[in-house]
Design a binder for this molecule. Structure first.
Ligand SMILES: Cc1cc2nc3c(=O)[nH]c(=O)nc-3n(C[C@H](O)[C@H](O)[C@H](O)COP(=O)(O)OP(=O)(O)OC[C@H]3O[C@@H](n4cnc5c(N)ncnc54)[C@H](O)[C@@H]3O)c2cc1C
Length: 222
């Protein structure tokens, strides 16, 4: 029997394994990526994506049986009629919980990247300092500045849209152009901005009276 050898074997083709395999192979390592679940082919394997709510038997909602069979998974907002086929079913893969722990799993190529919500905010320096500052869990061995170039590295590959808001609690990334806000989002951010200036930062409220929506938006897209 011909035997195969590899420099690297990665188990699991979720985001972590997929990225690791990409890096290893790009560096010239002969890499084997093992995945327990089926392949998910773009478009062909998204049978519900273009369906309207009324085209689902239960209008997108779960049945009583779904909830009974999946007491854990059904607590996830995304475990609905349109996406539940990507989730591991509780009764098929039960696990022991010493303390309550909701374990949401997706056994397929892509793992949970097939089910996620696509929010990719960077952690801030405050998040990395949290355990040491507030005395819980284990201190992170790295800080935000150590990771910042790697956030950039990933963002440049995957493409992340967003405003550069200059907040130290939510650091700016290497963003693509932000998506346009809808009218409700515009109204909401204007109101929050006004309240912030008026209540939290009253000394600069005077400046705000000259505020115009377009000048605010101009400052957002950079
Ligand atoms: C509904 C939902 C929304 C989310 N939204 C966000 C979000 O907006 N932003 C965010 O940052 N994160 C979000 N997350 C979390 C994010 O999706 C996960 O943290 C991330 O996808 C985990 O990637 P992973 O590669 O570490 O693990 P997984 O995606 O779980 O990948 C593990 C892979 O290993 C495979 N595997 C398991 N056991 C074996 C085995 N024995 N042999 C071979 N293969 C095996 C699995 O099939 C799977 O493909 C969300 C998660 C869910 C469920």
């Amino acid at each position: 029997m011909k035997s195969n050898t590899f420099d690297t074997i990665v188990v699991g083709a979720g985001m972590s394994g997929g990225w690791a395999a990409k890096e290893f192979s790009e560096q010239g390592f002969k890499t084997l990526l093992l995945e327990r679940g089926p392949n998910v082919e773009h478009l062909k394997d998204y049978p519900t994506t273009n369906m309207q709510p009324w085209e689902f038997k239960h209008r997108g909602r779960l049945t009583a049986q779904d909830i009974k069979d999946n007491p854990i998974a059904s607590r996830c907002y995304a475990f609905r009629e349109d996406a539940k086929h990507f989730f591991v079913k509780d009764n098929e893969h039960p696990y022991v919980q010493k303390k309550p722990f909701d374990w949401l799993r997706g056994y397929q190529v892509g793992g949970k990247s097939i089910m996620w919500a696509r929010q990719v905010q960077r952690w801030s320096k405050y998040d990395f300092e949290g355990p040491a500052r507030d005395g819980f869990a284990v201190d992170w061995p790295i800080r935000y500045d150590d990771l910042a170039p790697w956030y950039t590295y990933v963002e440049q590959f995957v493409g992340v849209s967003g405003n550069k808001d200059g907040l130290d609690t939510l650091p700016d990334g290497d963003f693509l152009k932000p998506w346009e806000s809808n009218i409700v989002e515009d109204y909401f951010s204007t109101e929050i901005f006004t309240i912030h200036e008026k209540i939290i930062n009253p000394r600069s409220y005077k400046r705000m009276t000259n505020y115009s929506k377009s000048s605010y938006q101009d400052s957002q897209i950079n």
